[in-house]
Design a binder for this molecule. Structure first.
Ligand code: ADP
Ligand code: MG
Length: 304
């Protein structure tokens, strides 16, 4: 069976953890162990987030900018695909060493529209906080907005993914290879006169994963995150896990606002997009519950 597994930030770096080499490797090792069974038995594409990583890369560029010219965000996105893809590939190769499967990371570009309304209204905060006067100085270079009461921050657009540029290559590879692709939602590119060009934006990794899952005609889309379920009334006394649910019902709940933008909202939207585009099943759970979720005993399971 063809399966796309999207790894949430947590599978790579837990909240409040510092981006250290040792932490990255130990988290990836843990996650790889949870994945080892499913990747042996299926044709799998693994996607992943890059929020903390691209934040760190942007910060490194910022700090070093007087000595080394900074790189644009699309290049940093590509760097983050290598930063995570390489150690993940290494761990998976180690856990598959007695099997006939290969592992490969595909640098992935994702097409977005120049006319996406997100470009007029950037909402995704990235990188460090600035004071008001620092923000004033950077105003010509970046779009800067106030991030709640914590200070000023750079904002970038989060346009909708339209097409995975490397989809044909990925489709060919999955027959005998575990593919790591669309890291961080993919490197955003726009098309002008049928030529590609990178653009400074961040694509939501769950929406990009759904786009990829549809384009390779996957049966399942699995999103692994920090919580075992999507909940109703999350964070309140009335919080209730959503177990098995239909596409129609989850659309109703999404409409009622149970899932906030920037966290659970895009996962539910990704689920809806995928199931409306011929996908069979979506699972949202944490990596330690993956196996049980496949047996239908844990996790939020959304069916067409
Ligand atoms: P990821 O890196 O996996 O994409 P996110 O932080 O974007 O992680 O999304 C997962 C988070 O969404 C959970 O840790 C939880 O705090 C939050 N969340 C918000 N609303 C809900 C909900 N209704 N059900 C479950 N989790 C929710
Ligand atoms: Mg997220």
């Amino acid at each position: 069976m063809k399966i796309v597994i999207a790894l949430g930030g947590n599978a790579l770096l837990q909240k409040n953890e510092k981006q250290k080499y040792e932490t990255l490797i130990s988290n990836i090792k843990k996650t790889s162990n949870y994945l080892s069974r499913i990747i042996k038995e299926n044709q799998v594409v693994i996607t992943h987030g890059n929020g903390p990583e691209i934040g760190y890369l942007a910060l490194q560029n910022e700090i070093a900018k007087n000595k080394i010219p900074p790189m644009p965000l699309d290049i940093l996105g590509a760097e983050s695909q290598g930063l995570i893809g390489y150690p993940l590939e290494e761990q998976l190769i180690n856990s598959l060493r007695d099997h006939k499967k290969n592992v490969a990371t595909i640098l992935t570009q994702v097409l977005v529209s120049k006319d996406d309304p997100a470009f007029k209204n950037p909402t995704k905060f990235i990188g460090p906080f600035y004071t008001k006067s620092q923000a004033q100085k950077l105003k010509n270079k970046y779009k800067i907005k106030k991030d709640s009461n914590r200070g000023y921050r750079r904002v970038v657009s989060s346009p909708k993914p339209i097409e995975i540029i490397e989809k044909k290559t990925i489709k060919k590879l999955i027959k005998d290879t575990i593919v790591i692709a669309a890291g961080g939602g993919g490197i955003p590119v726009v098309k002008t006169n049928s030529r590609l060009k990178g653009i400074e934006a961040v694509i939501d990794k769950d929406l990009a994963s759904a786009c990829l899952a549809s384009s390779i005609k996957a049966s399942y889309l699995i999103m692994l995150t920090s919580v075992p379920y999507a909940y109703l009334n999350y964070g309140t006394k009335k919080q209730k896990p959503i177990k098995e649910i239909s596409l129609e019902k989850i659309k109703e709940l999404q409409f009622q606002g149970h899932f906030p933008p920037g966290s659970m909202g895009p996962k539910i939207q990704a689920a809806i997009n995928f199931l409306e585009d011929k996908g069979k099943k979506v699972i949202i759970t944490s990596s330690e519950n993956l196996q049980k979720a496949l047996e239908g005993k844990k996790g939020t399971i959304i069916l067409r």
